[in-house]
Ligand binder design. Sequence first.
Ligand SMILES: C[S@@+](CC[C@H](N)C(=O)[O-])C[C@H]1O[C@@H](n2cnc3c(N)ncnc32)[C@H](O)[C@@H]1O
Length: 259
Amino acid sequence: MTKRHRIQFPPTDVRELCQDEVYFDVLSEESRQRIRLHDYDQIFAVPGLYEQVVYDRLKCQSPETVVEALRYSVSQSNQGLNELRVLDLGAGNGMAGEELKKQGVSRLIGVDIIPEAQAAAERDRPGVYDDYYVMDFCSLSDLERDQLKSWACDCLISVAALGFGDIPAPAFLEAFNTIGKDAWVAFNVKETFLDRSDDSGFSQLIRELIFSEYLDLYRLERYRHRFSIEGEPLYYFALAGKKTGDVPPSFTDSIDLSA
Ligand SMILES: C[S@@+](CC[C@H](N)C(=O)[O-])C[C@H]1O[C@@H](n2cnc3c(N)ncnc32)[C@H](O)[C@@H]1O
């Protein structure tokens, strides 16, 4: 059984932090280790820590919500989830992958930018992924692109990994264009990403994409992603749909991706 950790969240007076600055302390008899919620390398190095903080304490329900959005969308076609060859972008230690595997997909390929994620997925969820690559989608080499394309993925999923200092817009577009022309796509984004008042490059890209000719939207669902460490609900949208073609480079001409 995985060891339980003694975790302490910061006191209320220092809780005005951005979502990617939030930290917690892991206590032991002799030490207190401070870890940011986005320091995935440190979190994944400790078995069970990510699950205990993000899933047990903060009640994240994104893997099952995004996978259900995908299942619902695919059920409207004559395909089955069990036929899909899925690319899991920002796979981390495999929480979303495990949820997908429960549904029985044909192939599941994980990708993440840090080796600690791959190591944790193989340590904690052996056999969930058919293969797992450590790659930076912002600068894929031709060899890496060919390696991924050889899996002929017809589904892209990305859970709790887009925006917020995680996967940037160009990396998401690269992944979108790595999968087949009429592949399924399912991901989640913070609710403000669909709000016109949010003019960050990522938000603009997501809004343009979901109403573009390159994606047929099948499901858009607002739900509670998890609680913040202050105990406030954080709402996200789960989106799922079918790709209708590769996004051309000119697609982002009118979007300031650095914003
Ligand atoms: C919050 S975790 C989500 C992990 C998993 N999808 C889940 O649902 O539990 C975000 C993951 O995105 C990964 N990530 C961040 N930037 C990335 C990038 N540019 N390319 C690939 N993965 C990235 C992080 O290393 C981390 O493993």
